[in-house]
Design a binder for this molecule. Structure first.
Ligand SMILES: *Cc1c(COP(=O)(O)O)cnc(C)c1O
Length: 735
């Protein structure tokens, strides 16, 4: 389908937009603005208050502005000058002469990659994420856009997003689901040639399911989102894409069938041609079935088709936590797939065998299925590679653990998204050169961080910390104003935070393996650290527990009660509703980023990378990316006690000792100029090390060079075989 056709979906937006600034239509519906400061500045310039009130969401903002306000802007020469310049940059970005990917490859349009993921964290106006997996996928789409990697994304349009978190006076998380306001979100429905919503059938369900499709334009990368809420569907099917990660097994299976099989059909209906499939985690793994089915339909037999699909499929596994790998009971699969599998010449028995995890026979494991059906497999950090090889060794019983074919590509973050604007565009640009961002995966540029005067880094950081505390107080004030909150709750939410105190941040999903209460193990010792009148320390906690996870809600309650307790003196805060916006303020504004999962459960972790590049060093157990990232000078590390009864107590003691002996004294060791130079040296080292090594640029280039190029070659070879007539002309479709 032509891009023109798809874009028709936004032509009727903002009917009150004057012709002179009509380009804003395309700009608001392309998340390009979210990682280009000149884009954000343009909207601020259009209407500062409107930008603020819309929660930094230009679609909402334009919908709220009346025709008169827009007319004024279209006649304002100052605004127009900026408008013209930003539009020129935007258009230049969208149609570049070359790109990193094209520079080293052939015929990019013939070798696209389809990327399937159950969640995407792109912007807080699009709540299609639960945590790290989603942000990784969102950051990746942006990075592929920047590098010109020809990739299309596929996922779900969850109208209920993830839960909006509120915490009751006694510390119990109450999740309220917030309906996505589609009209005010930067997404639009994909229309067919007649201008009606495109609809795609999934035959696996009985009665067949109708999917509609939404699109998010992420720079040059398109993300298609499946929506099952069509009126044509029966009510129990309409809710399939309602929300992320339902606890109900059957619903979960239906979601995964729709994401994988339905997703592949959506791309086919859209005419999106791709030669490589990249599965982000096991949820969308059924997409390989649909790819195989298409080839069988075109005349191949099952084993030829599955081999071809395997040789062009990349699979990334994301978790060493056993419960993180979806598994289903056989009868459920039989219920849904027994009439579908024969269409690809695959018996139920063989299919179930492909999902067998020898450690847990009797259930169908999505990760095992994905591992067997992809030629390129990877974990997300060096350590996670080791753990995954040993975890999945039973699938390769003849190979020793270290030869199990699971490679690794360490995660990275999209630096333009996570870097503070002033730090990146004022300070780094001045000291590292205007073009630092374009080549920021090269370590040599980052050596120049040493040249930035300590005073500049320090003053900038304190401004960010003040901003964070101001935002936290603003949230608390709004909550107080809304009514229904008790004073103790407001105290717990951070109103007593002190911008001069050393501030630790712990913000992540509340899951027991992440040990959100570890810092609270020995409250007496902790309080002595926090309430030292000469060298005070404070901790800001944030994070959501999964709605069905009672144990994690209890951990959250424990944190909240510690925050509420008068004897903590307001030096522990729990900030509600951790989302992308709050994450931005936190990773820019705290002094130390704390991470203390039970090793080796944190496959990678990415929030510490976001903090580090902003000059916020990490204090973490040696697990995930920190094993690669820690160099002795760019933060703090402890190795983690052995599994045993005393493990948590020992690990907490390691943290207290680091705080008492190293971290607190260093922070408060001020020079005559009032600047803690030793501390600033650690900040600079965190920036210098993180910038090049844990950037999504490095990650996306690695995926391309390690996997995509080879998989593309495999696809090309098949194509040539076909063209040379080895195989009957109608045997292969496009793949
Ligand atoms: C980055 C991010 C995460 C993932 O952080 P981890 O370190 O992997 O726990 C989760 N939530 C939000 C809002 C984020 O920005």
């Amino acid at each position: 389908m032509e891009l023109k056709q798809i874009m028709k979906g936004i032509n009727d937006k903002f009917p009150h937009l004057p012709e002179r600034i009509a380009g804003l239509r395309k700009l608001t519906y392309n998340l390009w603005w979210s990682w280009h400061p000149e884009g954000r500045e343009l909207f601020k310039l259009l209407h500062r208050q409107g930008w603020h009130l819309s929660g930094h969401n230009p679609v909402k903002m334009l919908n709220q502005m009346d025709a008169h306000m827009l007319k004024v802007a279209s006649n304002d020469t100052h605004f127009l000058r900026h408008y013209d310049s930003v539009m020129a940059r935007f258009e230049g970005y969208m149609e570049p002469e070359t790109s990193w990917f094209c520079a080293g490859s052939r015929e990019p349009e013939r070798c696209a990659i389809a990327y399937f993921s159950a969640e995407y964290g792109l912007h807080h106006a699009l709540p299609f994420y639960a945590g790290g997996l989603g942000f990784l996928a969102g950051d990746y789409l942006k990075e592929c856009s920047d590098l010109g990697i020809p990739l299309v994304g596929l996922g779900f349009m969850y109208p209920q997003g993830y839960l909006r978190q509120m915490v009751s006076a006694d510390g119990w998380q109450i999740g309220a689901c917030e309906m996505l306001d589609r009209e005010n979100a930067p997404i639009h429905k994909v229309l067919d040639g007649d201008g009606n919503p495109l609809s795609v059938k999934v035959p696996v369900m009985d009665p067949p399911l109708t999917l509609e499709v939404w699109m998010v334009q992420v720079g040059r990368t398109k993300l298609y989102l499946i929506d099952t809420s069509s009126e044509a569907n029966e009510s129990q099917n309409r809710i399939i894409s309602d929300r992320l990660y339902t606890g109900d097994r059957e619903m979960r299976l239906r979601q995964e069938i729709v994401l994988g099989i339905g997703g592949a059909r959506v791309l086919r209906a859209l005419g999106e041609d791709y030669s490589v499939l990249h599965l982000n985690e096991g949820h969308p793994a059924f997409a390989v079935l649909e790819r195989i089915r298409e080839k069988v339909e075109q005349g191949m037999n099952y084993s030829e088709a599955s081999e071809l699909v395997r040789n062009t499929t990349v699979f990334t596994t994301h978790t060493p936590v056993p419960a993180g790998h979806d598994a289903f009971a056989y009868p459920l699969l039989e219920k849904y797939l027994s009439s579908y599998l024969p269409t690809l010449d695959l018996s139920m028995e063989e299919f179930l065998r492909q999902g067998l995890n020898p450690d847990r026979p009797g259930e169908f494991n999505m990760t095992a299925f994905a591992l067997r059906n992809s030629a390129y497999r990877n974990a997300v950090s060096k350590k996670h590679g080791e753990v995954s090889r040993s975890m999945w060794q039973p699938l390769w019983p003849h190979l020793p653990v270290d030869e199990v074919p699971i490679d690794y590509v360490t995660n990275g973050i999209h630096v333009p998204t996570w870097i503070d604007r002033r730090l990146g565009y004022d300070i780094f640009s001045r000291y590292m050169g205007r073009t630092w961002l374009e080549e920021h995966d090269e370590s040599r540029i980052w050596e120049l961080v040493c040249e930035i005067p300590d005073e500049i880094i320090w003053n900038h950081h304190n401004a960010m910390k003040n901003m964070l505390i101001t935002k936290i107080k603003e949230r608390a004030r709004n909550k107080w104003l809304e009514g229904g909150a008790e004073p103790g709750q407001i105290m717990a939410s951070g109103v007593l935070l002190d911008p001069a105190a050393l501030t630790l941040g712990f913000a992540r999903r509340f899951a027991s393996y992440k040990r959100p209460t570890l810092l609270l193990q020995d409250m007496d010792r902790l309080r002595r650290i926090l309430n030292d009148p000469w060298r005070p320390v404070q901790i800001i906690f944030a994070g959501k527990a999964h709605g069905d996870d009672q144990q994690s809600k209890m951990l959250l309650q424990q944190v909240f009660n510690a925050a509420k307790d008068r004897v903590s003196g307001g030096r522990i805060a729990f900030v509600e509703d951790y989302d992308e916006l709050l994450a931005q303020y936190l990773v820019h504004g705290v002094d130390v980023w704390v991470n203390n999962p039970i090793p080796p459960m944190e496959a990678s972790g990415t929030s510490g990378m976001k903090a580090s590049v902003n000059g916020v060093p990490q204090l973490s157990v040696l697990d995930g990316w920190w094993i690669e990232g820690y160099n002795g000078k760019n933060g703090w590390a402890f190795s983690g006690a052995d599994d045993g009864l005393q493990r948590d107590a020992k690990d907490a003691a390691s943290i207290y000792t680091l705080l008492e002996k190293d971290i607190v004294p260093l922070y408060y060791n001020l020079g005559e100029d009032g600047i803690p130079h030793g501390w600033v040296t650690v900040m600079k080292e965190a920036i210098r090390m993180n910038g090049p090594n844990f950037s999504a640029t490095r990650m996306a280039k690695e995926y391309t060079d390690k996997f995509y190029r080879q998989a593309i070659d495999a696809a090309m070879m098949e194509r040539q075989k076909k063209e040379r007539g080895f195989v009957k002309q109608d045997l292969f479709g496009r793949f």
